[in-house]
Ligand binder design. Structure first.
Ligand code: TXA
Ligand code: MG
Length: 318
């Protein structure tokens, strides 16, 4: 029997009983548990096979809850929260003493955001605790953007996926921290860097190749299909790549190529980056399920959400 259900009360009951539920957000589906339940949080790490050194994002139903989660909040963090919450921005702030070490992997900072999905907002209003929720995929795999993706990953291991339809944004939240009081972009995501810079000015970008990254979502390999995948700048490279292989192609917009491909998917009829981002992971899930020899992916334009997509694609092909 399917574990996908739209029953918000049932999801609340499971969470109150200290178990986990997959929940929809506007970015990707998350695997949620009560931040104050050691049992629920351990279960999240266990189901995801996620290393304990990788901290979790705390999801709030409103900005008002922030005072119970974080302290010393910089002015520019508040400006960003005002502008982008509810929404796809995660802020890394000094943690309130009540936040368990298991959530923050022992760090003195906590990542938090107010997600913008009507189903999950209703769920969160009905329970008395915030939710920790990493993306609902096994460690290093592609994030889920539909309830069916989650069921495919964890159907035998969790009680329920709360159905909220396909995720509107389809890329994980953008993460910003304030390590020395100055804003630093830790993870590119569903809110383009340019939009943040309009509010708080120039953002520093964390070096993604350090041995101990601030946000392990910045690890070099992440978000990966199981099929060998390559990223190309120029579609002319495809002929020599395909040879006798069973290959699929993923492009931004429609192409006409004289190459023998098992499947070709484009993300947006008129190269709209918002639409393309929302469909990227679904397309990768679909192509990966074909079990081909190779997935060839066209690099996106290096601006706005194209930059966020390229970030994920670089990690996907490592
Ligand atoms: O869109 C999203 O952010 C989704 C949805 C479900 O909200 N969640 C998500 O969670 O992508 P996750 O756990 O897959 O990625 C969160 C990233 C991880 O790379 C983690 O290392 C980083 O946030 N992170 C969490 N707490 C942190 C902290 N205190 N300092 C720095 N990075 C942190
Ligand atoms: Mg993740």
């Amino acid at each position: 029997m399917s574990i996908i259900s739209g029953d918000i009360e049932k999801a609340a009951a499971i969470l109150c009983a200290e178990d986990v539920v997959a929940i929809p957000t506007e970015t990707v589906y998350g695997l949620a548990g009560n931040i104050f339940s050691e049992k629920a949080i351990n279960r999240i790490f266990q189901v995801k096979q996620r290393p304990l050194f990788n901290p979790l994002i705390v999801h709030l139903h409103s900005q008002e809850q922030l005072k119970d989660i974080a302290i010393n909040i910089p002015k520019r963090a508040l400006l960003l929260a005002e502008k982008f919450w509810p929404g796809s921005l995660t802020l890394v702030l000094d943690k309130h003493e009540s936040i368990p070490d298991l959530i923050t992997a022992g760090k003195n900072t906590v990542a938090c955001r107010v997600p913008n999905h009507p189903v999950t907002r209703e769920l969160m209003r009905s329970i008395p605790f915030p939710l920790a929720a990493p993306s609902a995929n096994p460690f290093n795999r592609i994030s889920p953007t539909t309830a069916e993706h989650v069921e495919g990953y964890f159907g035998n291991e969790i009680q329920m996926v709360l159905d909220g339809g396909p995720c509107e944004k389809g890329l994980e939240s953008t993460i910003v921290g304030f390590p020395e009081g100055e804003p630093v972009l830790y993870r590119l995501g569903a809110i383009p860097r340019e939009d943040l810079e309009k509010v708080i000015g120039k953002l520093a970008v964390q070096n993604t190749t350090t041995a101990s990254p601030q946000a392990p979502g910045m690890l070099k390999k992440h978000y990966s299909p199981t099929t060998p995948s390559v990223l190309v700048d120029d579609l002319k490279e495809i002929n020599s790549l395909v040879k006798d292989k069973k290959a699929a192609l993923l492009t931004l917009s429609p192409t006409s190529l004289n190459v023998s491909l098992v499947k070709s998917i484009y993300l947006s009829e008129n190269a709209d980056l918002l639409e393309a981002a929302s469909k990227l992971y679904s397309a990768l899930h679909e192509l990966d399920s074909l079990k081909l020899d190779m997935i060839i992916i066209q690099r996106m334009p290096e601006h706005g959400l194209g930059r966020s997509m390229n970030d994920r694609l670089r990690r996907a092909v490592k």
